[in-house]
Design a protein around this ligand. Structure first.
Ligand SMILES: Cc1cc2nc3c(=O)[nH]c(=O)nc-3n(C[C@H](O)[C@H](O)[C@H](O)COP(=O)(O)OP(=O)(O)OC[C@H]3O[C@@H](n4cnc5c(N)ncnc54)[C@H](O)[C@@H]3O)c2cc1C
Length: 654
């Protein structure tokens, strides 16, 4: 922590603090929910989503897995839910398909199902959050007379593996012209203002708070490629970094030395060896660099894997072009056990598109297809500024209904799964439990949840579902009155290996569909700050569990203090005043974030080959099919779409 007290940090300041109480929007002091809701009235008109004030994207404070979204699932996990739930109320509703999970996978599944079953097919999508999109969430901020957009989770259309034909076709059908992306980005936004990637050394880890140029950004921030690195960067870095002379010499050596640290082995043998040791171990035991340099690079791979270099293999580090392998004579090409995220191809790299609200735009385009009245407009560009009408999502006259604030608690065939004609789905909504029936059900929700809601599945499949850990992620968006401090310090993004948030930046300057990215340093802006909580030293899955627990137990007050403190320490020299300059904070907390991707350090099957847990986990069962990006153990939007396609294929094949 820095030297500023709560008042100086601005913790007493009036910023936008609209929050959610059990999924119901409240402004401080004034409830906007009809009283009938609290009295337990069941009529649709009195439900919170019907209120014109119901607009989750504009809510700030603790978002992501917000209060009201997870308690039911946790009580299922703890075995207490049915002790208090009572007998569910039969809604009498019957569908062709019920989908559990309103993320990109669930929404895509609905889209694909309609292609087969026709536009009149009756579909219900249930999601436990107050907004649709799953991880692909939209954050809005009001700044003066304009709206600022940001992403609460999924950042962009991008995937280390090329998009499949199916996923590409869906993106095209939604009207997104991926190759046109460059026309929406202000390419010289950073360079014309001399904004550079920086490293923030913090005094707790490195002995002094200091912002220094980053001579080798290594893909930590999405805007690195637009920022460029000056020819003087290394000189500047070595002169200013608060590292010992030995650490500086080692840092230089790490990038320059062309040494084979595994002499006598073939490229294949070296890769096999590197797949079994961490990059941290490679740096320490083979390159023998100073511990401060290891600390400097500890959080480099966080945005990929949610863990640091202690839990990422040296082979993956080599593939990510981290330093130290220049003299190793490793053949290009993928080695056994390499993680998907490190298998970049040019085709994949070129397929990139970022909307100002990230892939929430994809979710919104899908919703527009499924429930046209809910989102006005007719192009991929105009969806950016379109205001969703949440009251239209769950109308009885619509063939597709999206029911938010609804956690599926039991999915069961009516009779023997082998011959049953229907599935009954029970869900909890604002303290009550209801049932609906359907000819089919697709579970497009997180795999770790499935064993608690569907106890019919075979034991081996249950185990495989349980094995699907999730990677915890915190994306905090901070609205600032202006970004003059960034300009004064020539900082476009910051890598901060010892700080609460390991990286942050000004975001991609994209203008599309009437939305204009901020132009002048005096303009308001949203800064995105990322944290991947983990516990170095443990196996990857245990690190994720520890991080998930940490994130779940951290209050918004602590998040706010950490956010203000870090910005003050990093940007203070540029005149930044957290009390004056911060206008709103939205902390998108995802304890169940990325899908877990297999890792050669811990997952033997990944090195040896054979059936993977996700292949076992996603097997169809009777009238139930299983989607979600977890079903491919690959944390990308295209996988959510691919798995939806497969699941729909399974329930519609004759
Ligand atoms: C912070 C973050 C950033 C990311 N950035 C990118 C990126 O830039 N590009 C990219 O391609 N991918 C990115 N990803 C990964 C990508 O977001 C996911 O792979 C994809 O969106 C997953 O979609 P999904 O529908 O499979 O799952 P989800 O989006 O997780 O949706 C599943 C939904 O099911 C709900 N659910 C769970 N249990 C129940 C229940 N019992 N009842 C009702 N609903 C339930 C969940 O709450 C959730 O809303 C990111 C992920 C995170 C977390």
């Amino acid at each position: 922590m820095g030297d500023l007290n709560d008042k100086q940090l601005g913790l007493d300041r009036e910023i936008t603090r609209r929050d959610f109480l059990n999924g119901v929007a409240l402004t401080v002091g004034a409830a906007i929910v009809p009283a009938a809701f609290f009295l337990g009235c069941d009529s649709r008109q009195s439900e919170p989503e019907q209120s014109p004030e119901y607009y989750p994207p504009a809510l700030t404070g603790l978002r992501g897995s917000h209060a009201g979204s997870f308690e039911t699932a946790h009580s299922l996990r703890d075995g207490t839910f049915w002790q208090h739930a009572g007998t569910p109320t039969d809604t009498g509703e019957s569908y062709d398909l019920v989908i559990v999970g309103g993320g990109i996978s669930g929404l895509s599944a609905a889209h694909f199902f309609r292609k087969v079953a026709g536009p009149q097919a009756r579909i219900l999508i249930l999601d436990n959050h107050d907004d649709f999109g799953g991880h692909a969430k939209r954050n809005e901020f009001i700044a003066g007379n304009r709206t600022l957009l940001s992403y609460g989770g999924t950042f962009s259309i991008e995937s280390p593996r090329p998009y499949s034909t199916v996923a590409k076709a869906l993106i095209t059908e939604l009207g997104i012209d991926v190759p046109s992306f460059h026309t929406y980005v202000t390419q010289d936004w950073f360079s014309s203002r001399d904004l550079r990637s920086r490293i923030f050394f913090d005094k707790e880890t490195f002995g002094a708070d200091k912002l220094v140029v980053n001579p080798a950004p290594l893909g930590v921030n999405e805007t690195d490629s637009l920022q460029g690195v000056s020819t003087e960067a290394w000189k500047e870095f070595l002169a200013e970094a608060p590292l010992s002379p030995q650490a500086k010499r080692d840092c230089k050596r790490l990038y320059q030395e062309k040494k084979d640290y595994l002499p006598g082995l073939s490229s294949e043998e070296k890769k096999a060896r590197l797949a079994r040791i961490s990059y941290a171990k490679f740096l320490t035991d083979f390159v023998k660099i100073h511990a401060d340099v290891v600390r400097l690079y500890q959080t480099l791979p966080h945005s990929w894997f949610g863990v640091g270099i202690d839990a990422v293999s040296a082979q993956d580090a080599w593939a990510l072009k981290y330093p130290g392998f220049q003299g190793m004579k490793l053949d290009p090409g993928f080695g056994p056990g390499q993680n998907y995220d490190t298998m970049w191809t040019k085709e994949a790299a070129d397929y990139f598109f970022h909307f100002p609200d990230g892939n929430a735009s994809i979710a919104r385009l899908l919703v527009r297809r499924l429930v046209p009245d809910a989102i006005p407009g007719n192009s991929a560009a105009d969806v950016v500024m379109a205001r969703a009408n949440y009251a239209k999502l769950d109308e009885s006259r619509s063939p597709v209904r999206i029911r938010l604030n609804s956690t599926a608690v039991r999915v069961k065939h009516e009779g023997d799964p082998a011959s049953a004609k229907e599935v009954e789905v029970a869900y909890a909504r604002f303290g009550k439990t209801y049932t609906v029936r359907a000819a089919h059900c697709i579970l497009a929700c997180w795999h770790v949840v499935i064993p608690y809601i569907c106890d019919e599945l075979p034991g081996k499949q249950m185990q495989a579902l349980h094995a699907s850990a999730k990677v915890p992620v915190l994306y905090t968006n901070v609205a600032l009155r202006n970004w003059t401090a960034f300009e004064k310090l020539s900082a476009g993004s910051v890598y901060a290996p010892g700080s609460y948030y390991g990286s942050l930046g000004l975001g991609l300057p994209v203008s599309i569909g009437g939305y204009q990215c901020p132009r002048n340093p005096e303009d308001s802006i949203v800064v995105d700050m990322n944290r991947y909580p983990c516990k170095p030293g443990l196996p990857a899955r245990d690190q994720h569990l520890a991080g998930r627990t940490e994130l779940f137990l951290t209050s918004f007050e602590t998040l706010e203090r950490n956010t203000r403190d870090q910005l003050a320490r990093m940007l203070g020299a540029g005149g930044f005043d957290p009390a004056r300059d911060i206008t709103a904070i939205t902390a998108n907390r995802w304890p169940h974030g990325y899908s877990y991707e297999y890792n050669s350090l811990w997952d033997d099957f990944w090195l040896q080959g054979g059936e993977t847990p996700c292949e076992v986990a996603r097997k169809p069962f009777g009238r139930i099919a299983i989607a979600n990006s977890d079903a491919g153990a690959y944390a990308y939007t295209d996988e959510a779409i691919n798995q939806a396609w497969r699941a729909v294929g399974e329930i519609t094949k004759t």
